[in-house]
Design a protein around this ligand. Structure first.
Ligand SMILES: [Fe+2]
Length: 187
């Protein structure tokens, strides 16, 4: 027997439990589907954001510590790359917030997602350029792998493709500054 004026069944504690359970089931199902079909959008954006922050730190490290013949150009190029990585990191973070995903902006989180090693200030100019080239190739390959998982998110997919194209340009710039290099970035 219902007691409210509309004669509707009252939502008691048990009803909420049923609701919670069904929401949990849906969430679990979505997680399982993500595991079956590949990387989730949240995982992809979080990893990319973290690695863009690490790239920005590495590029600044080399901008500050590089020396040798051709210093001015390489010093400036690392600064441009740092600027690009920082802008991309911000763009991805803002896209994460659009998707209601929290941005774990901590050094510990970034390092736990690292795809590449941190910069080494003791390297000479060619060593820094070579390391940065490998770093960019690593990120580009990861992004290529993620592309297929983003088919149902065309806006995110297109954003990441555009970012990947920008990273490819910097890869070409970095390799072109290496001594004895033709600038050909194909491996
Ligand atoms: Fe500077």
């Amino acid at each position: 027997m219902h007691k409210n004026v509309f004669d509707l069944p009252e939502i008691g504690r048990d009803s909420y439990s049923v609701l919670d359970r069904s929401e949990l089931s849906i969430s679990r199902l979505e997680t399982m589907q993500g595991m079956i079909s590949g990387n989730s959008l949240e995982h992809i954006l979080s990893c990319l954001q973290a690695n863009m922050e690490l790239l920005h730190i590495k590029a600044k490290n080399y901008h500050w510590n590089v020396s040798g013949a051709g210093f001015q150009g390489v010093h400036g190029m690392f600064d441009e790359l740092e600027d690009y990585a920082r802008q991309v990191g911000d763009r991805i973070a803002e896209r994460m917030r659009y998707h209601c995903v929290k941005v774990d902006a901590t050094a510990a989180n970034y390092l736990s997602h690292a795809w590449f090693s941190e910069g080494n200030a003791d390297l000479d100019m060619d060593g820094m350029l070579s390391d940065m080239c490998m770093t960019l190739m690593c990120i580009i390959e990861k992004m290529d792998e993620f592309d297929g998982d983003l088919a149902t998110y065309p806006v995110d997919q297109s954003m990441l493709q555009e970012i990947n194209e920008g990273l490819g340009k910097y890869c070409y710039f970095v390799k072109s500054n290496m001594s004895h290099s033709s600038g050909d970035v194909s491996y």
